[in-house]
Design a protein around this ligand. Structure first.
Ligand code: MLT
Length: 243
């Protein structure tokens, strides 16, 4: 029997290698795909400066790989892209998984934060994010875990300044897609790190409650990067949902 296709969309400022643990664990159960978004990782094209363009890239990928209807899993910025994809191309989606993300757009303060981050990127390049992002992404405990910290820093260090700037513009300009929550009529799962301060468990539980028959799961001992910080629980949650 043909395995189900699972498409994993990475977050910011990362690339597909953030999904290494999920790819290794899930490959026996489904047909796992984790493309590098334009501008990130091994991608040879420029980063998009809108979430819709990132979603169009995923649609092109799904068509080129002849995946048919897919299970779409987006982490954080990847979640923003998954929401846009579902709005634009619902016929390609069989189920949705949202990890540590939100449906809403940036608040006015959030937009100011993006402007500041863009200025920092222009002045200091990737180094600024390499130095400053881990403390927002990881729980206090995992910030002291050398293995996790070095994996996170190593992925960030590989990303290009121009791609970081474009993705920040894309996130700043993204629209509020909370209206979609009431429209989702396919199986859906919301996953959140217990200690995520960027997209909190409360916020994610609320989103899940707005969706018919959706599932909400908390990943213990993890901050925002729940799939890296506690990959074994994250993988088990995914597998349970995929069965
Ligand atoms: C991410 O992890 O993709 C980013 O933190 C998302 C964001 O900055 O809104």
């Amino acid at each position: 029997m043909k395995k189900k296709a699972l498409v994993l969309i990475h977050g910011f400022p990362f690339d597909s290698s953030m999904w290494d643990e999920q790819k290794a664990f899930l490959k026996n159960f489904c047909d796992v795909h984790a493309p590098d978004l334009p501008g990130f990782g091994e991608s040879k094209i420029s980063a998009c400066s809108s979430i819709e363009d990132f979603a169009k890239f995923i649609k092109q990928y799904v068509e080129e790989e002849k995946l048919g209807r897919v299970i779409l899993c987006g982490f954080s910025m990847g979640g923003y892209i998954a929401f846009a994809f579902y709005e634009m191309f619902p016929q390609f989606v069989e189920a949705l998984i949202f990890a540590d993300t939100r449906a809403k757009d940036d608040s006015p303060e959030g937009k100011k934060g993006r402007d500041l981050a863009i200025r920092k990127a222009e002045i200091y390049g990737t180094d600024f994010f390499f130095e400053n992002m881990p403390e927002k992404l990881l729980s206090k405990e995992n910030l002291e875990n050398d293995l996790i910290l070095s994996k996170v820093k190593s992925i960030i260090s590989k990303q290009k300044k121009e791609s970081i700037i474009n993705a920040l513009i894309a996130m700043r300009e993204r629209k509020d897609r909370s209206f979609l929550l009431q429209k989702i009529d396919i199986p859906s799962l919301f996953i959140c790190g217990e200690k995520d301060i960027l997209s909190t468990p409360e916020e994610m539980r609320e989103m899940s409650e707005a969706v018919k028959n959706s599932r909400f799961e908390i990943v213990k001992d993890a901050g925002h990067l729940s799939n890296i910080e506690n990959s074994s629980q994250f993988n088990t949650i995914l597998l349970d949902f995929l069965k």
